[in-house]
Design a protein around this ligand. Structure first.
Ligand SMILES: Nc1ncnc2c1ncn2[C@@H]1O[C@H](COP(=O)(O)OP(=O)(O)OP(=O)(O)O)[C@@H](O)[C@H]1O
Length: 262
């Protein structure tokens, strides 16, 4: 089967006055359509750089990336993105933050004015799916951090991207809210069926959510191992408290420890 996301042998060097930073070295993984992948690794190993390459915000120095068979040569329209900071615009209501990509990304942009009511209904339905029914007309600063991150997920998904790129989206949340949001993401993914690349430091998060976890070495980031997560779907949150789950987390933690020491 051909891969939906194919990252092949990518190398990235940030050029600078002091000789450059070798961020990624011949990194490669591939994802099937609808797969949930997590990328973990020591701090500074090049995880965010990988996200920039896959979304076409930076070109690799070597190697190639293709999405759905098309080489990435510039910003990728079929990707939605969410980051650690929800980055909502404080002067726009929740619904207008969610609608923002539709004002930018074609073909929605040309239709937006004409079909605004339909789009607003879609945004409200998506907000309801993440538990924010009735919050569409609020401003971001009236919402908790977890609620803002739910809005950020809706904004990433409103244009129905085939690929969702997440860079530490839950890192700033408390442990309970984080687990709640894992379930929100799990449910959205199961309902809609997009492909996900999740960058995270949290090994429990990766093990709960992902089909496969890819571990990177310390910088320059190389692929060290790929771990298949065997728990059946749908996964209840209780799986995180089972011995088999904890064993995987410990195994990954030990491996990251080795990788950090080089
Ligand atoms: N624009 C840039 N110019 C120069 N060096 C950069 C730039 N962006 C990142 N780097 C360097 O590239 C390396 C990889 O950075 P990156 O942010 O991709 O790592 P990361 O794994 O996401 O880090 P963390 O886990 O701490 O978030 C780091 O050494 C970083 O300092």
């Amino acid at each position: 089967m051909t891969a939906f996301v194919d990252i092949e042998d990518v190398t990235l060097v940030y050029k600078g006055a002091s000789g450059g930073v070798h961020a990624l070295d011949r990194f490669g993984v591939s994802l099937q359509k609808g797969e949930f992948a997590a990328v973990v690794g020591p701090s500074g190993c090049g995880k965010s750089s990988l996200m920039k390459l896959v979304t076409g915000l930076l070109p690799p120095d070597f190697g190639k990336i293709a999405i759905d068979g098309t080489p990435v040569r510039g910003p990728v329209k079929m990707a939605g993105m969410a980051f650690q900071n929800p980055n909502l615009l404080p002067w726009r209501k929740v619904i207008d933050n969610v609608l923002l990509p539709l004002e930018i990304v074609q073909p929605h942009r040309s239709r937006f004015r004409r079909e605004k009511e339909r789009y607003r209904e879609e945004a409200k339905a998506l907000l309801a799916t993440v538990g924010l029914d009735g919050f569409a007309e609020r401003f971001p600063w009236e919402l908790s951090g977890g609620m803002q991150q739910r809005v950020s997920l809706c904004r990433a998904l409103i244009h129905q991207p085939a690929l969702l790129m997440l860079d530490e989206p839950f890192a700033a949340l408390d442990a309970f809210t984080r687990e709640e949001l894992w379930c929100v993401l799990r449910d959205l993914w199961q309902k809609i069926g997009f492909t996900v690349i999740l960058v995270t430091h949290d090994l429990r998060e990766a093990t709960f959510l992902a089909d496969r976890i890819h571990m990177m070495s310390a910088r320059p980031g190389r692929l060290v191992l790929t771990k298949e997560i065997p728990f059946p779907r749908p996964r209840p949150i209780e799986v995180c408290y089972e011995a088999a789950f904890t064993d995987i987390v410990h195994e990954l933690r030990a491996k990251i420890g080795e990788v950090r020491k080089g």
